[in-house]
Design a protein around this ligand. Structure first.
Ligand SMILES: Nc1ncnc2c1ncn2[C@@H]1O[C@H](COP(=O)(O)OP(=O)(O)OP(=O)(O)O)[C@@H](O)[C@H]1O
Length: 518
């Protein structure tokens, strides 16, 4: 503005009036021009500052774009490398005939880049998570392996303890058994039980004072008899069997056991030994029990064989033979007594026992007498052979159970037997007398025991000569009319009770040589 004022003074120095006007017009014009120029300057100034701002902005934009471009290029490079590495891991693809290059927008590339980046990050995270999980799993697996190892060790220790306990138990059982057998030996290997039949009449000649004593009253006189056990009229089949059970079970250990039922006709011998179908006696119960015990024994396999014979009129009949009626003989070999040709049937189940018994019973000689509608006219001998082979010791045990239901002693005057019944009665009485003579000789420890006086005593010789454990039932009738016979039977029982058989022998041999030495 100072420059313009000095210029105005230099242009109009000579002509004042017109010149002044001209000067004013020019000034005015100049002012106008000045204003225009000032406006233009202002405009330019504004424009300049706008442009300066624009330049700055654009510089920033360019800088930013350059930066973005550099990033984009870096991303592109990375993406290319990723794609190249992915392509390198892919199975070779047959070259396409025409390769159409897709036109890729930078924004798409950026998106791809960002996605690839995110993918890489996720991949890294995933790898680290999987790695961590794998480490955790490995650790857990190691822990589990350790726990399983410890458990196996504990189990092994427990199995060892169980085995130790088992062997202890077995040792205890064997010891207990041997102590028990010793106790039986001390008590005597012959035991006598008295069983009173149920009374069929009103008057009774019997008084039972305690478990082991019975009193017979005859015409006001009392006579006492002692036995190992007295079973009163009310005794059940189970109770009677329970008394014999301890002796019976020693068969399994290789002992010979014999159970005899002796008594007057009709006194309940067959009821005690055989019993009825619904209420079986000692025979069926004992075989059943032996089957059960044998099945329960560990590491010992048993074979049970039954034979059944009757001694009728002093001859032996095989009751299980398919052709009954053939008389059998007794063979003696050393101390051993056998019946060659006698049928033996293996029993495995209870129904086997019942079938065998039924067959034998059918073939038995039974007749109706004045004293008993179904009187046994023969002595019945059921023999069970129990052979066990011990897997552990290799030993074989062979025990026998002889169950004998003797025919009833009878007074011929009382039974009024005639004809065949008389012949039978005579044979029965003769063999029972022989049995009495054997017991009397045994009681006195006589040098000669007359075993061979009858087939009955001959057959029972191994049972009565000290090697076996023996139980005798003396069956008595409580009826007053039978007092004489009851007294006689109890007297017979008392004689047997005074017999002391020797030590029973256990028949055990090594498996290779399983011919039992009896
Ligand atoms: N304790 C008892 N309880 C119930 N009934 C019994 C008892 N004892 C025997 N009897 C019955 O008495 C009858 C005769 O018994 P059993 O046939 O057993 O005598 P036994 O001595 O064998 O005779 P025998 O020597 O003549 O053959 C049978 O009907 C039997 O059922």
């Amino acid at each position: 503005m100072k420059r313009i004022k000095s210029c105005k003074t230099q242009l109009f120095p000579f002509r004042q009036d017109g010149a002044l006007l001209e000067r004013d017009r020019v000034i005015e014009d100049l002012k106008q021009k000045l204003r225009t120029k000032e406006k233009e300057v202002d405009t330019l100034f504004h424009r300049n500052s706008y442009l300066a701002r624009e330049v700055r902005y654009l510089t920033d934009v360019v800088q930013h774009l350059n930066q973005k471009l550099a990033e984009l290029e870096a991303d592109q490079q990375e993406a290319r490398e990723k794609i190249r590495s992915l392509l390198n891991h892919r199975p070779p693809v047959p070259p396409a005939r025409t390769i159409i290059k897709p036109s890729v927008e930078p924004s798409q590339l950026r998106q791809v880049s960002s996605l690839t980046h995110e993918l890489n990050v996720s991949n890294k995270q995933l790898r680290s998570t999987v790695g961590q999980a794998m480490t955790d799993m490995k650790n857990q697996l190691e822990e589990l392996k350790g726990a399983v190892g410890k458990l196996a060790q504990v189990e092994q220790e427990a199995a060892g303890e169980v085995e130790e306990l088992r062997s202890l138990y077995r040792r205890e059982a064997v010891e207990r058994k041997s102590l028990y057998n010793k106790l039986l030996e001390l008590q005597g290997n012959i035991r006598v039980f008295c069983r009173c039949r149920k009374s069929s009449a009103s008057g009774s000649c019997l008084e039972k004072t305690d478990d082991q004593e019975v009193v017979v009253v005859q015409k006001g006189n009392k006579k006492k008899f002692q036995f190992d056990k007295v079973y009163p009229q009310s005794s059940t089949q189970e109770e009677v069997f329970a008394g014999t059970l301890p002796v019976i079970t020693s068969c399994v250990d290789g002992y010979n056991v014999c159970i005899l039922a002796y008594g007057q006709t009709g006194s309940g011998k067959t009821y005690t030994m055989m019993g009825s179908k619904e209420n079986p006696g000692v025979n069926i119960r004992s075989i059943r029990e032996l089957l059960r015990i044998c099945a329960e024994k560990e590491k010992v396999s048993y074979t049970l064989k039954i034979s059944m014979l009757e001694i009728y009129n002093d001859s032996l009949n095989d009751l299980l033979s398919k052709s009954p009626g053939t008389a059998l003989d007794i063979r003696v070999q050393g101390k051993s007594v056998s019946v060659p040709g006698l049928t033996q049937i293996q029993v495995k189940t209870e129904s086997d026992i019942l079938n065998v018994m039924e067959t034998g019973e059918k073939n038995r000689k039974i007749a109706s007498t004045k004293m008993n509608i179904q009187s046994s006219r023969s002595h019945l001998v059921v023999a069970l052979e129990v052979e066990g082979s011990d897997e552990v010791s290799g030993l074989t045990s062979r025990g026998t159970l002889t169950l004998c239901d003797l025919a009833g002693s009878e007074r011929i005057s009382k039974t009024e037997a005639e004809g065949q019944r008389l012949v039978e009665a005579a044979a029965i009485n003769k063999s029972l007398t022989a049995l009495g003579q054997v017991f009397s000789a045994l009681k006195c420890n006589a040098l000669h025991i007359p075993f061979r006086n009858s087939k009955l005593t001959h057959l029972l010789q191994p049972c009565l000569s000290g090697d076996a454990k023996c139980c005798v039932f003396v069956n008595v009738s409580p009826d007053e009319k039978d007092t004489v016979e009851t007294l006689s039977t109890l007297q017979f029982g008392s004689t047997i009770r005074q017999v002391s058989l020797g030590k029973a022998t256990q028949n055990i041999v090594p498996a290779k040589n399983n011919k039992t030495a009896k």
